[in-house]
Design a protein around this ligand. Sequence first.
Ligand code: SAH
Length: 342
Amino acid sequence: MKNIKDYNLDELKQEMINIGEKQYRAEQIFKWLYIDKVEKFEEMTNLSIELRKKLEENYTICNYKILKKQESKDGTKKYLFDVLDGNAIETVLMSYHHGYSICVSTQIGCKMGCKFCASTGINFIRNLSSGEIVEQILKVEQDAQVKISNVVFMGIGEPLDNYDNVVTSIRIINNPKGLNIGARHISISTSGLVPKIYKLAEENIQCTLSISLHATNNEKRSKMMPINKTYPIEELIKACKDYIKMTNRRISFEYALAKDNNDNLEDAKELVKLLKGMLCHVNLIPINKIENGKFDKSSNENIIKFRDFLNDHGIVATIRRELGSDIDAACGQLRRKNIKNN
Ligand code: SAH
């Protein structure tokens, strides 16, 4: 059965026409789903009983069950959801002074194989549909009784490897008749799938693009991120420059600092050279060591020195606050688990 939340508003209008209904029904359904947030078609009381029945027979309203919820000392919450086919995904809710931010997963497993990431080493199972991505927001809002103001596509999976579903989910999240979260409050993070960066530039979505850079030369980056062998740094940086030209949007570069690997001042110097003159921002992440991982966290002193060097040389850099590390919910700690081994 089709998931009614897999459609953005335009697609739902077309779907209504396809099943012999008036297209304004789509707006009514959208309002029920994303503003009133009902969980059953029978609650959509301004639709005729026949239409409600037709919807009931032909579509599901994806409705996750919470398998597990953990809360960190800092208020961060990690959810494990049953996605209704025997698989489970993780989603994280973070509280900042400017509001609530959610980190959503886009795939069950990941193909990228980044050496420092906990999602690595687990088989890729499948893409999440757009409705399954959106549902993470709805369920967390409902459970935590909060209104989410920021969405980051930084959970499990490579968002640009599930391009169409991710873009559709953004259109639902961003639509004023949908979840109505401003595009500037939505960030997509990628390990650097160059052709998809160009595609995204043409979508006319004003969301923030984050690039997981982590190293400044191919030798080092390929050792951390195998995807670099397919799309090396020169191609990636060129795509970023073109993206900025095409969209006029600032890019955010993620740089996870690992001790004696990419955290000395020589690396900082190379990073300045690489990014000089670009409309960008660098987000420094203290790397989280994963089980049996070979990358250790840099010292606080090194992280601060690294940041100061960048700032002193014209690159705006900040250190990402670490949230949820005590419940394995900080950057790179999410790991797909299935119901059986959980
Ligand atoms: N696949 C996407 C999004 C998921 S990862 C991407 O690669 O961007 C979200 C961010 O967390 C990325 O910047 C990723 O490189 C970073 N990350 C992964 N593992 C990490 C770890 N162990 N410590 C710190 N950051 C990590």
